[in-house]
Design a protein around this ligand. Structure first.
Ligand SMILES: C[S@@+](CC[C@H](N)C(=O)[O-])C[C@H]1O[C@@H](n2cnc3c(N)ncnc32)[C@H](O)[C@@H]1O
Length: 382
């Protein structure tokens, strides 16, 4: 695999030009000149808008959160409505409803019609079509609470609520007290399940299991990925592995889906127990990034041992440094996992390094249809 390298623009002529440009951009007089000049005006305005969007991002998110919590998009699903009817349905005063609708309209979530009524706009419609978004927005109440003082978080002066939401993350490597008792796995398992559909489809499109016979999905949660794989690939025998209390939930769900005979469920601790053997492909979907390097290496070694010769590992998660998805990988997941207390988003190259260290060969990055939510790196056991 061609290792991903960060652009090395910190030396030479380019670095000197860049550093002069940065100094100029920081100068208010230059900013005013650039904004007025016909040559640079569009560029200056674009940069100003980008900076403003970052500064105001929290407010934008909360406008979306209010729309979702008040089910504004649901109300508009069947067609446009006037402000009074939206106010009545949401329990807001008409003036407050109008304030929200105008904000949502400015963000492309709803559309203000000439008649004074409001209808769905593209982003509101997309939110309706992706229930994952609503699940994440609801979950953000915890994350944003922890991020209220980002500097305190970065300095390690406070441990937030997010670590409690993910009990396995609150345990340090080697301390399996909480993992053994599994903590409260129901809340995070439900969130993972609600947000799995997009991920599973993207992973299975990127990696359609050509010729593989036995899949082990490690950290398989409630079994949603295993269920999608079972439905798409009828010839595949599948085992889903997770902490015992999560495995129980997977078993119950697979029975409800009528897939319990196709998908075996095994409970255990991937950091300490051997994984079920005899599989020729192992998936780690949104699992590795939850772990610091030492635990990640332990997990990869366990996967290596569980695979048959020439078996393949598939690491699928949002990654760092993916072109076009940088804010999601490094800003969103970088801070999310930091607040959670463990793990980090890795570049495909960093994942390849961990794979090579644990004995895998021929790491390869596969393209996915939606790198915002998931990228894929595969490698082989010799
Ligand atoms: C972020 S969730 C991803 C779940 C699922 N793969 C998905 O994408 O929806 C990580 C999963 O790893 C599991 N996990 C964490 N630590 C574990 C351990 N030590 N042994 C087994 N499973 C573990 C969690 O219970 C959880 O289901």
């Amino acid at each position: 695999m061609a290792r991903l390298k960060l652009p090395s623009q910190d030396t030479g002529l380019w670095a000197r030009i860049r550093s002069r440009l940065d100094r100029a951009l920081a100068d208010p007089a230059f900013q005013q000149w650039a904004a007025r000049s016909p040559l640079t005006g569009w560029f200056a305005r674009r940069k100003a808008r980008a900076l403003f969007d970052i500064a105001a991002g929290f407010v934008y998110s909360q406008v979306l959160a209010a729309c979702i919590k008040l089910q504004v998009f649901e109300l508009l699903r069947e067609g446009s409505r006037d402000v009074d009817s939206i106010a009545a349905e949401t329990g807001l005063e008409p003036a407050a409803a109008l304030r929200l609708l105008k904000a949502a309209s400015a963000l492309g979530l709803v559309k203000a019609l000439a008649s004074g009524r409001f209808a769905l706009d593209d982003l509101g419609a997309a939110t309706l079509g992706n229930p994952e978004v609503a699940a994440f927005v609801a979950h953000h109440d915890i994350l944003y609470g922890d991020l209220a003082d980002p500097v305190a978080l970065l300095r390690g002066e406070r441990q937030g609520q997010l670590a409690q939401f993910w009990p396995y993350a609150a345990n340090r490597p080697g301390d399996d007290g909480g993992v053994g008792s599994n903590g409260d796995t129901a809340a995070y398992s439900a969130l993972m399940s609600q947000t799995q559909a997009l991920v599973a489809d993207a992973v299975l499109e990127a990696y359609p299991f050509g010729g593989r016979k036995r899949l082990l999905d490690v950290g398989g949660g409630e079994g949603d990925f295993a269920a999608t794989a079972a439905q798409k690939f009828p010839g595949l025998r599948i085992t889903s592995f997770d902490l015992p209390s999560v495995a129980e939930r997977a078993q119950a769900k697979l029975e409800t889906l009528g897939l319990a005979r196709r998908v075996a469920v095994v409970g255990g601790d991937m950091l300490h127990d051997p994984l079920p053997g005899g599989c020729d492909v192992v998936t780690l979907v949104r699992v590795l990034h939850d772990h610091d390097d030492d635990s990640a290496l332990t997990i990869l070694k366990a996967v290596h041992d569980a695979l048959t010769p020439n078996g393949e590992i598939v690491v699928a998660e949002p990654m760092s440094g993916i072109r076009g998805a940088e804010p999601m990988g490094d800003a969103y997941f970088g801070f999310y996992l930091f607040a959670m207390g463990r793990g980090r988003p890795r570049t495909p190259g960093e994942i390849a390094d961990l794979l090579l260290k644990t004995g895998f060969v021929r790491p390869l990055r596969l393209r996915t249809p939606n790198p915002l939510t998931v990228s894929v790196v595969t490698a082989f056991r010799v």
